[in-house]
Design a protein around this ligand. Structure first.
Ligand SMILES: [Zn+2]
Length: 316
């Protein structure tokens, strides 16, 4: 299946973005050394939750310079939360938006690479938790890009809160709602010009968890990229992966995703939490070191062990 997306001519209101970005833009500008006069024109950040409710958020939003990975593929996220830009002359695809605070950092990184955020045509998501989707509403407003997500994630993004079928229901923090999310299905190919990204349903961590794969080329040399969604069986107290009534497919979704991620071509693995796949260690010396066809298999092997441990603990 193929889903081509034409650029929405009627751009979303940028006033909403300004209201959400506010002081985070100023902070990002200061950290990244951008002109304060420009950033200071943006008003204060409105957080959809009390930052005190998210102890790891400060570390997750630590800025990081953008990194050219290979060909048309760039890391534009913060140090702790992945965001990937896949660029083309006909428009760009952006995967994941980090926290609300991450949006100005992601935008600054896109600009620092010489790209115009207004050329982001499509915004994709790994899973609809606040630490990977919290910045999407602001990014949508600023870029005018169309947001595409799995059916379950689309519901969560549009509502701004996870449903009772999410293992972290009750503890996952809220997000700014995202308007007009288009649903993509397992195996669907999302296209912008010559770009083609394949959607893979890899649930378990959330019901709508999604991984994305694409090819990036430099001359005749092409690499298979996989942005593999979080595979950790973590939950709110009381949730049981083994026999959840609200999410009865939790374990089978994990196993289906594991099988897929072990099977698909995977020269370069990137993950929503870079630390979960030792991304910065692998990227430390040269982008070439990121090429590791075993990385996807190791990522899955770790998740298989974590899931088995979890199921063992859930036994009466
Ligand atoms: Zn999550």
């Amino acid at each position: 299946m193929t889903a081509s997306t034409s650029r929405p001519r009627a751009r979303a209101s940028r006033r909403g973005a300004a209201a959400r970005l506010r002081s985070a833009s100023l902070r990002a500008a200061l950290l990244l050394g951008y002109p304060i006069a420009v950033a200071a024109q943006e008003p204060e950040l409105v957080q959809p939750y009390d930052p005190a409710d998210c102890p790891p958020c400060a570390a997750w939003t630590e800025p990081h310079r953008p990194v050219h990975l290979f060909g048309n593929t760039f890391y534009v996220g913060t140090k702790g939360l992945g965001s990937i830009l896949i660029a083309s002359p006909d428009g760009h695809v952006l995967i994941d938006g980090g926290l609300p605070d991450s949006a100005p950092l992601i935008l600054a990184n896109i600009r620092a690479l010489g790209f115009d955020p207004g050329d982001v045509e499509i915004i994709l998501n790994s899973h609809a938790h606040y630490d990977h989707a919290g910045g999407i509403a602001a990014l949508q407003d600023v870029t005018g890009g169309r947001v595409l997500a799995s059916e379950s994630s689309a519901d969560v993004l549009e509502r701004g809160t996870v449903g009772p079928d999410d293992p972290q229901h009750g503890v996952a923090l809220p997000m700014h709602p995202v308007a007009g999310v288009r649903v993509v299905r397992d195996g669907e190919v999302v296209r912008v010009g010559a770009l083609a990204l394949t959607m893979h349903a890899t649930g378990g961590h959330t019901p709508g968890g999604t991984s994305w794969s694409w090819r990036a080329c430099e001359g005749d040399r092409c690499l298979s990229f996989v942005y593999a969604d979080s595979q950790t069986p973590v939950s709110a107290d009381g949730f049981r992966f083994s026999d959840s009534v609200a999410y009865p497919d939790a374990v089978s979704d994990f196993r289906r995703g594991h099988d897929l991620l072990e099977r698909i071509p995977c020269d370069v693995l990137v993950t929503p939490h870079p630390g979960a796949s030792a991304f910065w260690d692998r990227a430390a010396s040269a982008p070439e070191d990121l090429i590791d066809p075993g990385a996807c298999r190791r990522y899955v092997a770790r998740s298989r062990r974590q899931l088995q441990d979890r199921l063992d603990r859930e036994r009466p």
